[in-house]
Design a protein around this ligand. Structure first.
Ligand SMILES: Cc1cc2nc3c(=O)[nH]c(=O)nc-3n(C[C@H](O)[C@H](O)[C@H](O)COP(=O)(O)OP(=O)(O)OC[C@H]3O[C@@H](n4cnc5c(N)ncnc54)[C@H](O)[C@@H]3O)c2cc1C
Length: 383
């Protein structure tokens, strides 16, 4: 067992963190306030290679391992403290580019990946629907084959990057009675007739990331844009699970935990009450100590899942164990931090109230906390 990162990995993390502190952090509060999307930052993130980090070099990425990707995006979140912007980066990389890399034909990979990796294209995944979230096999968007096309009908809900995406991976069913076995993945390109954004959604946190509801009305998608075989759409999402839970969302949770601990320690050491820094009070110190314990545990669980991916081991169970821990713990840590900041923590002049709102998404997106516990307990019971 080796807990050390290589010199190259550490250099990458340092340079990503420096970039995030300089370029991302300064405008994070304002982007949260206005809910604005920042194209200039998106392009800069593309220039430093973060829009295709794990994608092989031949398709325009950097070919980073899961562990290296986790380390780099963790540094991005720790330094940038803009969970919304990162959500858009992560959905683009891990929910769109990675599935195309893993399941695309050579032609699809050459057509879409270089532009996704450079940031010229924005990617998204559209799985969730108004009536199907945790029960993803129950999706109602249908696909019907007509000659060289599939005709898609239905709607998709809560889609990150939905309103700005050029390439959307859409899950639709060829036969609802087959549940998961009927689901098929399609690459829908912006401008395809029959595809539209029905509304942009306003939300509690991650406000710098656009979220939309999408509609497909007799949307004709060329057969060449089917990703994987008919009825194999669920395989596409399942194969991405470790990337999603063990890297994408883990990086956000760990990075935010580190940012929370850093800002809370700084505050507790300088805030004077009863003639001394509040960091001297035992009840505050217990919270600080618990934050460090939680952070270390979240890191170990997440890096284990990412390492398993790199070793060619399954890792899906371990990724669920990690997410089952870091998501709930991030919410708890954000609440403890806000408590330590007292009244100032409740004000918008400190970023902790924004991070407190952002943190909650981790227990909902990428499979809710309850779903992770279903996955974990199902395996325990079957063993
Ligand atoms: C900001 C944001 C961005 C998102 N981005 C995307 C995206 O890019 N693409 C995409 O496809 N989706 C996206 N989602 C959707 C997200 O994946 C779903 O919200 C999530 O899967 C939960 O589905 P739901 O909201 O329909 O909740 P539901 O499935 O309706 O669940 C409601 C509650 O019931 C619980 N529950 C459900 N089933 C069970 C059960 N069997 N046992 C116990 N409890 C259960 C859940 O845990 C939850 O607490 C996004 C969501 C948000 C909020």
């Amino acid at each position: 067992m080796d807990f050390k990162f290589t010199e190259e990995q550490e250099m990458l993390a340092r340079s990503v963190e420096r970039f995030a502190r300089q370029e991302v952090a300064p405008g994070a509060d304002q982007r949260d306030e206005t809910g604005e999307w920042n194209w200039e930052l998106w392009r800069k993130i593309g220039e430093i290679g973060l829009l295709g980090l794990p994608i092989p070099e031949e398709y325009g990425g950097s070919g980073a391992s899961a562990v290296t990707s986790l380390l780099a995006y963790e540094a991005f979140c720790r330094g940038g403290r803009d969970a919304g912007l990162y959500l858009s980066v992560g959905a683009h990389v891990f929910l769109c580019a990675v599935p195309i890399w893993l399941h695309g034909t050579e032609e699809q990979k050459k057509k879409f990946l270089p532009k996704l990796c450079s940031g010229e294209y924005v990617g998204a995944l559209a799985l969730t629907e108004p009536n199907a979230g945790s029960d993803a096999a129950g999706i109602q968007t249908t696909a019907r084959r007509e000659g060289d096309y599939y005709v898609l009908n239905g709607s998709k809900m809560f889609i990150t990057n939905g309103s700005i995406a050029d390439v959307i991976l859409v899950m639709a069913t060829l036969d609802r009675s087959k549940r998961a076995q009927g689901v098929t993945a399609f690459i829908v390109e912006k401008g395809t007739p029959g595809f539209s954004v029905s509304r942009e959604l306003n939300k509690m946190g991650h406000r710098s990331s656009p979220t939309a509801e999408l509609v497909f009305e007799d949307c004709r998608v060329p057969v060449d844009n089917r990703l994987g075989d008919e009825g194999r759409g669920f395989q596409v999402t399942t194969d991405t699970l470790v990337w999603e839970r063990g890297v994408f969302l883990a990086a956000e949770s760990i990075g935010l935990m580190e940012a929370i601990l850093e800002m809370t320690l700084e505050y507790a050491k300088q805030r004077i009450q009863f003639g001394k820094p509040i960091a001297e009070f035992q009840m505050i110190r217990e919270k600080l100590a618990n934050m460090q314990i939680t952070l270390d545990a979240a890191k170990l669980l997440s890096y284990r899942a990412a390492w398993m991916k790199d070793e060619g081991l399954d890792g899906k169970f371990e990724a669920s164990v990690a997410k089952g821990f870091y998501a709930d713990q991030l919410v708890r840590m954000a609440e403890d931090a806000l408590q330590i900041f007292g009244g100032y923590g409740y004000m918008k002049e400190y970023p902790i109230e924004r991070i407190y709102r952002d943190a909650k998404l981790m227990t909902i997106g990428g499979g809710t906390s309850e779903v992770q516990k279903l996955v974990i307990s199902s395996k325990l019971i079957r063993a």
